[in-house]
Design a binder for this molecule. Structure first.
Ligand SMILES: Cc1ncc(COP(=O)(O)O)c(C=O)c1O
Length: 399
């Protein structure tokens, strides 16, 4: 019998090698108690959270929590059904209305996760014979959507406008073309030159999908994302987003002005063949999204945090993913996985949680300590974080 697990042997050996050094498993941490968007108890210790996607700190918002509790009482714990059968409650419509208002778009379709939103929209609109031209550093859910739809996948070099144009020009005449971009790339925290890329895509007859998972709520005048900040949101055919980051719960969505958009509800398999989100989740999401419409003060504070952390880490001598802060994500580049894991553990001992990211999730084989800031981090907490990085850097010889 062939051992179907033998394909994982290299990974198993790498993991065992890392753990045999005595380091705490960086991919198995348990949050014993979560006190706020920025503080949890891990290994019995108060820990500042700098590795969540809780950018706008909505998880403990009193209105959000109250809406979830009310929906739980009034509608029960789950829908036990697909959106196209018994799984559309008033709450699902209400969250889609909140999204339409938030993005000022005609249509909104909610999925059970952001992963499923990419999987569903990409696989349904780009089928066999169509071409998906995508940034090589695209999220796994984008690649999986392409594979599921059976479209031709044409990757281009990260954020390279000329490379995108070249690939577009090589697509056979008459073939369907979908360009897929992200607003913020979550590993290095850099943003895409959407203005130029969308112009090139449109000039070459492509539809454009932008995944704004890491920018919603924070970037752009109304928090609609990088396409809004760069003045090109009206040229985007599909915006994909998630409730698992700034919105502070779970779920995914697509908004669009396409006049035939609603047909997707009948033909999109990751929408049709799965249970809809629980009523409490859609109620928390709708409340959170409506509050995010009016969150300028939070957005301003989050930018301050991002600038303060970026400047401070640079001053300490760390190598960062971007020269300037471009989003709420600041990536600290580590020389290798062993040093990254040692630094991750030293930070945890100091009382700080960050994400340790490694290939294949990261570009160019990098090991990263990914810091994601929250609008609820106080300026004092950011200073405390910098002190922890200084101490951990000294302890591990990283700085
Ligand atoms: C760019 C991007 N798209 C989609 C997703 C999937 O979101 P979800 O957590 O809602 O499945 C993620 C999650 O990390 C992401 O980074």
């Amino acid at each position: 019998m062939t051992d179907l697990f033998s394909k994982f042997d290299d990974l198993i050996a790498m993991r065992e090698g890392l753990l045999s050094t005595g380091v705490t498993d960086p991919f198995n941490l348990v949050m014993e108690k979560v006190e706020s968007p920025t503080v949890a108890i891990c290994n019995g210790r108060r820990t500042i959270l700098l590795g969540t996607y809780n950018y706008m700190g909505m998880t403990f918002d009193p209105d959000v929590i109250a809406a979830g509790k009310k929906a739980l009482d009034e509608f029960g714990s789950g829908t036990t059904g697909s959106r196209v059968l018994n799984g559309t409650y008033v709450g699902h419509r209400a969250v889609e209305d909140a999204l339409k208002d938030f993005y000022a778009m005609d249509h909104a379709m909610v999925f059970s996760t952001g992963y499923q939103a990419n999987l569903g929209i990409i696989s349904t609109v780009a089928g066999k014979g169509d071409y998906v031209i995508l940034d090589i550093d695209s999220h796994a859910s984008i690649y999986d959507g392409c594979a599921m739809g059976n479209a031709e996948i044409v990757p281009f070099r990260h954020n390279d406008i000329e490379a995108l144009e070249k690939r577009l020009k090589r697509v056979p005449e008459g073939a369907g073309k979908l360009v897929v971009l992200e607003g913020v790339y979550s590993m290095l925290g850099d943003i895409a030159p959407l203005k130029e890329m969308i112009a090139v895509s449109k000039a070459n007859g492509a539809m454009v999908l932008v995944d704004e998972a890491h920018s919603m709520g924070f970037i752009g005048e109304h928090g609609r994302g990088v396409a809004e900040a760069q003045g090109v949101i009206d040229d985007v055919d599909f915006i994909i987003g998630t409730f698992s980051k700034s919105v502070g719960t779970v779920g995914g969505f697509c908004v669009s002005n396409h006049r035939k958009f609603e047909i997707l509800r009948l033909v999109c398999r990751p929408y049709v063949y799965t249970a809809s989100l629980p009523p409490s989740v859609v109620a928390t999401a709708a409340t959170s999204i409506r509050k995010l419409l009016d969150s300028k003060a939070k957005r301003d504070h989050l930018w301050e945090n991002s600038k303060r952390l970026h400047a401070g880490l640079r001053q300490l001598g760390f190598t960062l993913g971007t020269d300037e802060p471009q989003s709420a994500i600041i990536a600290v580049i580590m020389p290798d996985l062993e040093t990254g894991a040692a630094m991750w553990e030293a930070l945890l001992k100091e009382g700080l949680y960050v994400n340790l990211a490694r290939p294949p999730a990261t570009p160019a084989g990098m090991t990263l300590l990914r810091c994601s800031l929250c609008a609820e981090h106080s300026s004092e907490q950011v200073e405390e974080i910098l002190g922890m990085f200084a101490a951990a850097g000294r302890a591990t010889g990283c700085t």
